[in-house]
Design a binder for this molecule. Structure first.
Ligand code: TRP
Ligand code: SF4
Length: 324
């Protein structure tokens, strides 16, 4: 049997070029080698949402992004988490073998307590248990994630070890596979690109909107006038050129140092490269956006396929736990 990959993302809003260059491209590539299952984690999204009115739209937009990027429903199982309710049942069983102390020390939980002190809900505590259920319901062995998810994966492994030792070996210990991509900096150059920080470039923007967005970026603060020599090493536009325009970085550095190129021109060049890289994606996305029924069918069919595997695992778990 081919090694199984599982990954998911919360539908929290529009994806940006950092997500595209990192996670999404990686998911697409893995399809060639592995048996992949990709999930839109709507139940996880509920843990941080007080207003759920945008959830359906966000799920649909994320589905469009992933399908347009090349997640292939012929190759992979692609579905929405809540369409496979078996995961919630497994989550409850797993919660009984997970010490509360393990969950309270998870760094993301502590962060969430700080960010939303008025909404420290039970679901936040169980977040990594639900992630574990996501992964092991399909006995996945490889989990492509960003660095921020590593503590969750560590906990998943601990829960698996505990389950296997209490009830006999049942699940493989899944391994995190770090998405290998350069850190995509935000337009402010200070942080990583993030929707929450408002320093991102959404992938679904039009080419014109992309240019306008890139123009808002900060550059080398020492370059106040067009003729000031620049310092590309401190400029985030330059860092973005590394990813989107790798063939021209040396030329740009030289032209920036000698003030042969101005920041406006340099940004325009970057925006054009981003637009070129995303052209095919955007075209496919626009076509998919005219076929909402197709997108819905893909997700329905994905959930059906996922449920076949899920029911089997759940039967095994219940047997081991003496529930049947
Ligand atoms: N928690 C992940 C994130 O916020 C999303 C996710 C949900 C996930 N279930 C998963 C990732 C299972 C990997 C495996 O990015
Ligand atoms: Fe940055 Fe380009 Fe301006 Fe140099 S010319 S400071 S690399 S935007």
């Amino acid at each position: 049997m081919t090694t199984r990959v599982f990954s998911g993302a919360r539908p929290t809003g529009r994806q940006h070029i950092g997500n595209y260059a990192g996670a999404i491209q990686n998911y697409v590539k893995l399809q060639a080698e592995y048996d992949c299952i990709y999930c839109i984690a709507d139940v996880h999204a509920l843990t941080t949402l007080e207003d759920t009115s945008k959830l359906p739209e966000n799920i649909y937009e994320l589905a469009l992004d992933w399908l347009a990027a090349g997640i292939d429903p012929e190759k992979s199982i692609f579905f929405v988490q809540s369409h496979v309710p078996e995961v919630l049942e497994l989550h409850t069983y797993l919660s009984t073998v997970t010490p509360l102390s393990w969950l309270l020390r998870v760094p993301t939980f502590k962060e969430k307590v700080k960010i939303q002190p008025h909404n420290v809900n039970y679901g936040l505590v169980g977040y990594p248990v639900l992630m574990t259920a996501d992964i092991i319901l399909y006995k996945a062995e490889v989990v492509p994630v960003g660095e921020d998810q590593l503590p969750h994966l560590e906990l998943t492994r601990e829960i698996v070890r505990r389950f296997n030792s209490v009830f006999s070996p049942t699940f493989p210990e899944p391994e995190a596979k770090l998405t290998t991509f350069p850190l995509i900096v935000g337009l402010d150059g200070k942080e990583k690109m993030s929707k929450q920080l408002g320093n991102d470039i959404e992938i679904a923007l039009s080419p014109e909107e992309t240019i306008a967005r890139v123009m808002t970026a900060t550059t080398d603060p020492a370059r106040r006038y067009r003729n000031d020599p620049g310092h590309p090493e401190v400029c985030n536009i330059y860092r973005l050129h590394h990813y989107f325009n790798p063939g021209q970085t040396n030329t740009i550095a030289e032209q920036c140092h000698t003030a042969k190129i101005g920041c406006v021109e340099c940004k325009r060049l970057l925006a054009e490269k981003i637009n070129a890289m995303l052209a095919l994606f955007r075209e496919r996305r626009a076509v998919l956006a005219t076929k909402p029924k197709y997108v819905a069918d893909v997700l329905t069919e994905g959930a059906e396929r996922a449920r076949v595997i899920a029911r089997k695992t759940l039967g095994e778990v219940k047997l081991k736990m003496k529930l049947i």
